[in-house]
Each structure stands twice: as structure tokens, then as C-alpha cells.
Ligand binder design. Structure first.
Ligand SMILES: [Zn+2]
Ligand SMILES: [Zn+2]
Length: 322
């Protein structure tokens, strides 16, 4: 039962998109753009590093120059003028380098921003496509669930129906133990293999089956009760001898051993020391005396336990000892 969904393919949202080719193309493009984005990010990282180092170089050169200039002003040595020019040129070069790396970094940052926005727009289009397909997917899932449930029901319901027929018609058959095994199997299959896999609306199915089963069982219980009561009434209208003759001797002995009247199935009672020879409820004779030796004995014994005389109904029985 758990394996039954394998009859079906898994339903995916891609199958319900209006144009699967367009979705595929879109996804390929997203992938490509993301690759580009990663590449730009790597280059921007390197450019940032280069810019930082150029800026640091310029800053340290500038500090050096300022210090040197301060010293020179203090000494005012005219022989140092060419040195001033050389150092200024050097500083200009460093500044140009700093500016160049900054421009490169800014351009890469812009490229990065563009790329991110493009990817976001593509992603949005993709999710819009998938959103459009969602209702169709839900419908498809619902029908698939229904088909799987139908398959499970198609396996378990005939078993249950057949089991019900066996129970109704074959209970007196010699093969009943076999049929009973089948009935138990079918009931188990239905209630333990199907019910856990019921879909969300399957509660109604469960209730419907519960109502039907309750109705059928109730019908049989009431019929059985009526039969039992009718039987009791018929027995009550018979004479004591007729009732005793109709009872099965072995079953009667068993019931008497349990201190229960075999006729009316109520407890055998007595008062004080009096021996319980008759049922106080229905008057059935429970104990009598052997016709030959007068020993008190169970009325359902076929032979006297003391002398072995036959205790058939037509054999004379002595009056009970007082
Ligand atoms: Zn009785
Ligand atoms: Zn006897």
C-alpha cells in the first residue's frame, strides 16, 4: 500500500509552466549571469587591493616629502631646489597611479551593481513564471492523490466486501475457520493499510465506511438477539422433561461443574443444607437418584457412578432421598 504512489510519476512544477523552453532558457541565462557576476566580484576584489596599496604608497611618500620640505625650509639651502622638483614629480606619479586604480575600482563596482540587478530581474521573471504554474500544479497533485487513493481502495474494498459476504453466508460452513482468517485479514488490510494513507478529504470515506459497518453489524446483532429471545421463549413453554432432553449432556455437565443451570444459565442456588436438586429459576432437574442403588447423582449422567446402572430416561428412577 505504501508503494502504490510509485505507479505515478512525481508531479513537478516545471511540467505545468506555460512554456518549459522559455523557463529553461531563462535558467540558463541566470546561470551565465551569475558566473559573470562571480567573475566581476573577483576582479573588483583585486582592484580594491591595488587601490588600497597605491593610496598607502602615496600617503607615505607625501608624509616623507612634507617632513623633508619642513627641514629644507629650516635650512633654506638653495642647492636642494632640484631635489624638490624630483620629489614633487615622484609624488605626482604616485598620485596618478592612485587615481587610476580608483577609477578602475569604480568602474568594476558599477559593473557589479549592473550584474546584480540583471540577475535579480531574471530571478523575478523566473518566480513569476513558477507562480503562474502553481494552480495547475495543485490541481495535478490533487488528481494524482485521488488516483493513488482510488488504487488503494480498489485493492482493499473488494477484500472487505468479500469478507462481509463470507461472514454473512459462510459462518456455518465447515471451512469457517479458513474464512474467518480471510475476514480478519481483509479487515486488517482495510483499516490498517488504507486508513493511514487517506488523503485530507479521506475522513469522509472513513466515516461512510464506519456508518455502513455499524449498520450491518447492528442489523445482525439485533437479529441474533431476537432469535435468542424467541428460543428462550420456546424453551420456557416446554415441559421440564422436554427441555432436559433437548440439552446436550456434555455441555450440560460442563455448565453444572461451573455451578450454572444448563437450562437458563443462571447460578444454581439453594437454601441452608438442602441439596440443590432443581434449578430455582426454571425448575430444571439437576440431580436425581439412581434407580438401582438410590445414590444421589447428576441428572445428566448416563450411568450411575456408584453401581453403573443405566440412567436412561425410560429406566425407572427412585424418588429423591430426603
Ligand atoms: Zn434453570
Ligand atoms: Zn446406582
Amino acid at each position: 500500500m505504501a508503494d502504490l504512489p510509485r505507479l505515478e510519476h512525481r508531479v513537478s512544477i516545471e511540467q505545468h509552466v506555460a512554456s518549459p523552453q522559455a523557463l529553461q532558457a531563462l535558467r540558463t541565462e541566470v546561470e551565465q549571469r551569475e558566473r559573470e557576476q562571480r567573475d566581476v566580484a573577483a576582479r573588483a576584489g583585486q582592484a580594491r587591493l591595488a587601490h588600497t596599496s597605491a593610496r598607502n604608497a602615496y600617503a607615505s611618500a607625501r608624509t616623507g616629502f612634507d617632513n623633508w620640505l619642513a627641514t629644507r625650509t629650516a635650512t633654506t639651502d638653495p642647492a636642494q631646489d632640484p631635489e624638490v622638483l624630483r620629489r614633487t614629480r615622484e609624488l605626482d606619479l604616485l598620485e596618478a597611479k592612485r587615481r587610476e586604480t580608483q577609477v578602475a575600482l569604480e568602474s568594476l563596482d558599477r559593473e557589479m551593481l549592473d550584474s546584480t540587478q540583471r540577475v535579480a530581474a531574471l530571478r523575478e521573471r523566473e518566480s513569476a513564471m513558477l507562480d503562474d504554474a502553481r494552480p495547475a500544479l495543485q490541481r495535478a497533485r490533487f488528481w494524482q492523490e485521488l488516483r493513488v487513493f482510488g488504487a488503494r481502495l480498489a485493492v482493499t474494498l473488494p477484500l472487505l466486501v468479500l469478507a462481509g459476504w463470507f461472514w454473512a453466508r459462510k459462518r456455518r460452513s465447515d471451512y469457517w475457520p479458513l474464512y474467518r482468517g480471510f475476514v480478519l485479514f481483509a479487515a486488517f488490510t482495510f483499516f490498517f493499510e488504507l486508513v493511514p494513507y487517506l488523503p485530507s478529504y479521506g475522513g469522509y470515506v472513513r466515516y461512510a465506511v464506519g456508518v455502513v459497518v455499524t449498520a450491518i453489524v447492528g442489523h445482525y446483532v439485533i437479529k441474533a438477539m431476537r432469535r435468542y429471545l424467541a428460543q428462550r421463549q420456546a424453551v420456557a413453554s416446554q415441559t421440564e422433561a422436554q427441555r432436559r432432553g433437548a440439552l446436550d449432556a456434555d455441555a450440560a455437565l460442563k455448565k453444572l461443574a461451573a455451578n450454572v443451570c444448563p437450562g437458563c444459565e443462571r447460578p444454581v442456588l439453594t437454601t441452608g443444607q438442602a441439596a440443590a436438586n432443581f434449578c430455582v429459576h426454571c425448575g430444571l432437574k439437576l440431580f436425581d437418584a439412581c434407580g438401582a442403588c438410590q445414590t444421589r447423582k447428576n441428572a445428566f449422567f448416563h450411568y450411575c457412578p456408584s453401581c453403573g446402572s443405566s440412567a436412561d430416561a425410560d429406566a425407572p428412577t427412585a424418588p429423591l432421598p430426603a
